[in-house]
Design a protein around this ligand. Structure first.
Ligand code: ISC
Length: 398
């Protein structure tokens, strides 16, 4: 009797072993729901009429017909519509539980680094002032402005070690590493990060989204942090910034769901470097079999949320294109996986960097609304860089 690949019993893996098995070129994604490590490329996913979800459904059907066991679509999509995307059906997928007992080498303190902010911090503060003028004239309610720091080492950066340090330091985050090398790149390019923000997750008919917006840096001192949390909970500016984001996510999911549970107000969640206002929204899909309701379809409908773009979205995207000198690339896009039945998990690509050879490009942004202070927004982006800088052993440098 022969057993088809799909029916064959699956080996059981440990999360720590999958992280240790990650190599550049693999796709790694971990979350409180579990860990996924994917290798090889069975096929590349091309959008169909601009829809990644439709392209993914076709690629998954073809992979299942070809006997790929447990086919998934995995990878990342860039910030701008129609921009870079690196979605594939991998040849082999291994799964495990949420990351636990993860070992990681110490940061490469031996490497010599040079750091270049892009733009210079003062130019970022100028961009915030320009955004405040647009807000003052009523052209915008909110826009998220980002900046970049380019860190260059004297030796090539070993991404598996960087990923392991990120996951060890942020076990509750959405940890990821995705190969995003494009034709013409002089060296392989990897997107890596530890995002605190769930764009959307789907399991059967149940969907969850967890928009974040409104922030304060974590200080490490308990009394100071208690005070910062209390201030964040009451900050009119941060609550307004958050309401834009949670409201839009609820509106979009409401179009797909019969029941939607939206808490009355945000709670505060902590990462090792930040405090954020957070709203966990859950819903029940009206038509789970509709390809538009796959996790990738929902992620596309939600993207870009006002956590990374703004309100109104079109005017905010134009302001971003005009006021940010660096292209965002994959930063502020989405990263995750989508299975054949439509289940999956997509994180917002923040607390992230693109690594190529000796260079790491880190990105961080902050939501600008009426009442934002340019110096405070600049400081907030510096605090957000700490997730990656810490993993690189460079925390004191920005
Ligand atoms: C855009 C980023 O964070 C978003 C997520 C949480 C809080 C945010 C804020 O308070 O501005 C941002 O919307 C980033 O980390 O680059």
């Amino acid at each position: 009797m022969t057993i088809s690949a799909v029916e064959r019993p699956r080996p059981v893996h440990r999360a720590a072993d999958l992280l240790a098995a990650y190599l550049p070129g693999s796709f790694y994604f971990s979350s409180p729901r579990g860990t996924l490590l994917a290798d090889g490329v069975h096929s590349r996913v091309q959008p169909e009429n601009g829809s990644h979800a439709r392209g993914a459904a076709a690629a998954l059907a073809a992979a299942a017909a070809a006997g790929v066991p447990d086919p998934v679509v995995a990878g990342a999509v860039g910030f701008r519509p129609g921009s870079e995307s690196g979605l594939v059906v991998p040849s082999v997928v291994r799964r495990a539980g949420a990351p636990a007992d993860v070992r990681a080498p110490e940061a490469e303190t031996g490497a010599a680094w040079s750091l270049r902010p892009r733009p210079e911090p003062e130019r970022y503060a100028d961009a915030v002032r320009s955004a405040l003028e647009l807000i003052g004239r009523g052209e915008l309610d909110k826009v998220v402005l980002a900046r970049c720091v380019e860190a260059t080492a004297d030796t090539p950066v070993w991404v598996p070690a960087l990923l392991a340090r990120l996951v060890r330091a942020n076990p509750a985050a959405y940890g990821f590493a995705a190969d995003v090398t494009a034709a013409g790149d002089p060296a392989p390019r990897t997107l890596v990060g530890a995002s605190p923000e769930l764009l959307v997750s789907r399991r059967g008919a149940t969907v969850v989204a967890n928009p974040l917006a409104g922030s304060a840096p974590r200080s490490g001192d308990e009394a100071v942090d208690r005070e910062r949390i209390a201030r964040l909970r009451e900050s009119v500016k941060d609550l307004g910034e958050h309401a834009h984001t949670a409201g839009q996510v609820a509106d979009v999911l409401g179009r797909f769901c019969t029941d939607l549970d939206v808490p009355d107000g945000p709670e505060v969640i902590g990462t090792p470097t930040m405090w954020h206002l957070s709203t966990r929204i859950t819903g029940r899909l009206a038509a789970p079999d509709d390809p538009a309701c796959s996790s990738l379809g929902l992620a596309e409908a939600l993207h870009p949320t006002p956590a990374v773009c703004g309100v109104p979205a079109g005017a905010a995207a134009e302001a971003i294109a005009r006021l940010e000198p660096e292209d965002r690339g994959y930063y502020a896009g989405m990263v995750g996986w989508n299975g054949a039945g439509g289940d999956g998990e997509w994180a917002v690509t923040i607390r992230s960097a693109e690594v190529s050879d000796r260079t790491v490009r880190l990105y961080a942004g902050a939501g600008i609304v009426a009442g934002s202070d340019p110096a405070a927004e600049l400081a907030e982006t510096s605090a957000k860089f700490r997730t990656l800088l810490r993993a690189l052993g460079l925390e004191e440098r920005v």
